[in-house]
Design a protein around this ligand. Structure first.
Ligand SMILES: [Zn+2]
Length: 367
């Protein structure tokens, strides 16, 4: 009897302690909030990094405990999609909210020093591309892993900067740059570019060299919203012009290795290398390399040129490639967006320029 009583007191005490424990954590149900779940860190060495990002989000007023995971406007919006992101460094997929993905990819893809409206245009482009690719919205996902919507690789899906990477890149300006990027994401929250009601394949690149490219010329698929447009003002920005000079011997050796059967000879390069065709925007489509034909894209890859928009300057014993722009040239030009923003354009105007005929819609209006 006495034993049973003691056991009862003990159990009651346990229950009280457990209740306190839950309250300390922020109340019943707080842990099941969707904003808490994707906080799983992609880096093993710093597990709380995504949590830190969430905690540092500038709230209207600093509130403790219960309120932090439940923003007041959450109910009015469509639920935030959860993406499966394949972390190429970890070799596995992590779950992440769309807006978090946009923030980290914005940090990976555009200099934080850019104009706020350029950052906002880029944020909307990243969000649109992510939805276009996301399996839940009918996209094909990322081919790097069968369960992934996107991956963190810049050479595959888009460059993703983890919190660790942001801290490293931003250094002493970490807080200020993160706040600026976050503002661009929050001020465009849930907005994306849509064509016929669906999120678009919002491709982007660093610099177009003055004229963007038709998607058909690069990816063999003509998309009406990815047609060539002028991109003025880029000449004042980074990546507009570059060059590569190679000695004839080295060039012949590299190209013979990359294009077997070309049979290039260092002494005869001037007669052996010839541009055969350019796209309407000026990018090299095909060229003759000795006894072979190659695409501008293949040559760009073999030599590491910044774009396929190049001209050849034969010198004495060397060949100089003079290159305009950086990247494939399709869709939004980042430096063009920056130039537009500097001259007063808002993010909607920037997006409507680079993605012709699109509407800018909230998530809830997508088909
Ligand atoms: Zn990928």
């Amino acid at each position: 009897m006495r034993k049973t009583l003691l056991k009862g007191i003990f159990l009651a005490a346990l229950a009280v302690l457990a209740l306190f424990g839950l309250l300390e954590k922020g109340g019943f149900g707080a842990e099941t909030q969707p904003s808490a779940a994707p906080a799983a860190a992609p880096r093993q060495s710093a597990p709380p990094e995504r949590v830190l990002v969430a905690l540092e989000r500038p709230a209207p007023a600093p509130q403790a405990g219960l309120e932090e995971s439940a923003p007041p406007q959450a109910e009015a919006r469509a639920p935030e999609p959860i993406l499966h992101i394949f972390d190429t460094a970890l070799g596995k997929s992590v779950e992440m909210g769309l807006e978090d993905y946009v923030l980290h990819t914005l940090a990976g893809e555009m200099p934080a020093g850019y104009e706020p409206e350029a950052l906002k245009a880029q944020a909307v482009a990243i969000r649109s591309y992510a939805l276009w690719k996301s399996r839940a919205y009918g996209g094909g996902g990322c081919a790097m892993a069968k369960d992934a919507d996107l991956c963190t690789s810049s050479s595959h899906c888009a460059a993703f900067a983890s919190d660790e990477k942001m801290r490293k890149n931003f250094g002493t300006q970490y807080e200020e740059k993160l706040a600026k990027l976050r503002l661009a994401v929050e001020e465009t929250q849930g907005l994306c570019c849509a064509y016929e009601g669906e999120a678009i394949q919002a491709l982007f690149h660093s610099s177009s060299g003055g004229q963007t490219e038709d998607s058909a010329a690069v990816f063999a698929q003509a998309l009406p919203y990815l047609s060539s447009v002028k991109s003025p003002g880029e000449e004042q920005e980074r990546d507009f012009r570059s060059s590569l000079t190679l000695k004839n011997e080295e060039l012949a050796q590299k190209l013979n290795a990359a294009f077997p059967g070309a049979k290039l000879e260092a002494a005869k390069l001037q007669g052996q290398i010839e541009i055969l065709g350019r796209s309407a925007s000026g990018r090299v489509l095909t060229l003759r390399l000795g006894e072979k034909q190659a695409s501008g894209k293949a040559l760009r890859g073999a030599l590491g040129l910044k774009s396929t928009n190049f001209t050849l300057k034969f010198g004495s014993g060397e060949l100089r490639f003079e290159v305009l722009g950086f990247g494939h040239g399709v869709g939004l030009s980042q430096t063009g967006a920056e130039a537009m923003a500097k001259s007063g354009a808002g993010f909607r105007e920037i997006l409507s320029h680079y993605y012709q005929g699109v509407e800018i819609l909230p998530l809830s209006k997508l088909e």
